[in-house]
Design a protein around this ligand. Sequence first.
Ligand SMILES: CCCCC/C=C\C/C=C\C/C=C\C=C\C(=O)SCCNC(=O)CCNC(=O)[C@H](O)C(C)(C)COP(=O)(O)OP(=O)(O)OC[C@H]1O[C@@H](n2cnc3c(N)ncnc32)[C@H](O)[C@@H]1OP(=O)(O)O
Ligand code: FAD
Length: 673
Amino acid sequence: MGNLNKEIRDGDHPDITEERLKSTFDTHKMAAQIYNSQRAADRRNEITSAVLKIPELQDIKPLPFLSREEKVEEAARKIGILSEHLYDLVNVNDGAELYHLNNVVIGGEGNPLALHGVMFIPVLQAQATDEQKKKWLYRAMKREIIGTYAQTEMGHGSNLRKLETTATYDKATEEFVLNSPTTTSMKWWPGNLGKSTNYAVVVATLIINEKDYGPHSFMVQLRDENTHKPLPNIEVGDIGPKMAYNATDNGFLKLNHLRIPRTNMLMKHVKVEKDGTYIKPPHAKMSYSAMVHVRAHMNNTMAYFLASSLTIAVRYSSIRRQGHINPKEPEVKVLEYQTQQHRLFPHIARAYAFSFAGAETVRLYEKVKKDMESGETELMADLHALTSGLKSVVTYLTMQGIEQARQSCGGHGYSMASYISEIYGIAIGGCTYEGENMVMLLQLARYLMKAAKAVKEGKKVEGLVGYLSAPDNRHSLIDRTPEKSYDTYLKTFEHIARQQIFRAFDKLEKMLTSGLPHSEAWNKCSVELTRASRLHTRLFIAQAFARRVHDVVDFHIKEALDDLLHLHLNYELLDVASYALEDGHLCGEQMNFIRSELYRSLGKIRPNAVSYVDAWELSDMELRSVLGRRDGHVYENLYKWAQNSSLNRTDVLPVFEKYLKPLMMSARKNSKL
Ligand SMILES: CCCCC/C=C\C/C=C\C/C=C\C=C\C(=O)SCCNC(=O)CCNC(=O)[C@H](O)C(C)(C)COP(=O)(O)OP(=O)(O)OC[C@H]1O[C@@H](n2cnc3c(N)ncnc32)[C@H](O)[C@@H]1OP(=O)(O)O
Ligand SMILES: Cc1cc2nc3c(=O)[nH]c(=O)nc-3n(C[C@H](O)[C@H](O)[C@H](O)COP(=O)(O)OP(=O)(O)OC[C@H]3O[C@@H](n4cnc5c(N)ncnc54)[C@H](O)[C@@H]3O)c2cc1C
């Protein structure tokens, strides 16, 4: 049968092997839960093994030692080699396999095809007519052309209706004239726009006969397909270094009265006829599909970033010994400290929770995508609400978790050798891209307020907001019933979300009744509204976690997930408990119970801690972390890693002769005077 933890190897650090031997579950079976099937988990490992056999696909040196230009070049070099091996390595129609291949070979810092795969192809799939697909999509899929999604401008990202780039229809020539009239109208941020791409779907405000029809998508060729030089009337370049994600050339784009054929507007759902007649889409926001696509998948990417940093931190904490719990015994692994466990374990539970919530979201997304193909749009609002809330909550909590992982590694966590700071920099971009978090929470709040209104009017609401119509207990039953089901916790989360949604609703209604215009009242209630959105979303995450545990058949996996869920529910509830204490739904005695359950959970998780992170099956190649090495041999490799520093090429740097020596000489001379 072998070891339950599949990462055990001879020669590993004994402290980490000791952890793995304690595993109560098969880590590869757990991977099947995380990646949604045993087959998907197997494929990940097969892909990793195949990549390890191709020497040209290995990092030329640790990425933190590369300059920005070298990072861009290195990612492009690997993309080139990958194209030769692509069909042998992965099923190119499987997004999860492609994503994994990218993570192993290139990592999260980006590559020239990042936006091509994440947004350019999806936007063409969703919004191009069959004829347009023949012209661009199939070439894009074969990588004959490389594209991006150019929407955000220097002056506007959140408020799409105020995009300044115009696409004015010229009936006489049957062309659109694309123009960036001001500095602020320049496209600013689109990934890979700077240097890599030769095409872009540009989002611009459509003008026909001087009437503004709002944002629409247009295919624009940016560069010559052979020379890669920008075409006439186009200024394009890189926006400069960022906090992280620096292998990607996020770019700017200025369009100077550029003429494109009418047929370059993506017209699957919306049309502009030759004579300028505008034909509306079945749903006004269908053109936002590429954003929804990314938002729907972001839970899983965030879960992955969070799990990566926790894998690093937990493995390191199992070999790092410092201080004593019992002064008579040797120094302990820092993982023994309750503070360290409290710092890390709840985030492990969140990574699992985000992955499970992510799987449900992707399922809904796939359904809505299919519906949209036939013009059916009924579930679009539900999906928009769900993805808006999740994108905001999950990115924010991921940011918190990664930072805790970094701090839990002490000084070495701050070194790029941990790689956590890079993961952090990449992940927190998610709080901003695909809709700034507050803006998206307020989108969900619109949906919640509509549901609250319906309930107040005596109507029954269903689906994601069904709990607003369901009966509520005045007092939480946590610790009040002999039965230990998670339902009592979930009902308490429901109560908290419901109370906050109605609190925000009542406040808004009061202001509206007092005569305040809707937009002003909305702004004055917006902090309460975002709180409602967060609580609703955190309820969904907890429910998704419970649903998954409920469905698991394997006894040991179920038991291990059950322990994580128990920790999750107690930790999350403590985090939001003030809402339930305010109205007496929870009392002090119940808070004590929840706290003691949380501490008990930490102890229960402790023996499996390394196995919970190992179950993500993140190879050394993809983690790129000295602290997170699978074998636990951190210290000697930290020393080796530092040898890569270019500052170590010579014993004495030129700055010594140039600046330090004169400084010290002059100081010595002065002290002799
Ligand atoms: C596949 C793997 C992915 C992994 C990713 C991993 C790594 C990625 C790495 C790097 C990043 C990559 C890419 C990043 C790309 C970008 O950032 S692209 C730019 C993204 N920009 C935004 O997200 C802008 C945010 N703003 C908006 O979306 C809109 O402006 C906003 C929705 C805020 C408002 O739109 P507007 O047209 O002004 O709406 P109204 O106020 O008129 O009406 C709102 C009503 O419309 C409904 N609605 C809005 N959007 C949708 C939608 N998508 N679907 C359905 N319905 C929608 C909304 O609910 C309102 O309805 P009610 O009136 O309340 O009924
Ligand atoms: C790493 C990265 C990659 C990106 N990639 C792309 C890409 O490929 N293509 C692309 O087109 N764009 C891309 N973007 C741009 C990104 O989508 C936008 O930056 C994002 O949508 C936020 O818009 P903004 O910059 O206008 O923020 P702003 O809206 O200016 O936000 C500033 C502040 O104003 C607040 N605010 C704004 N509006 C409201 C409101 N109505 N109510 C309350 N508060 C409000 C926000 O909450 C925030 O606190 C990328 C950005 C990053 C960081």
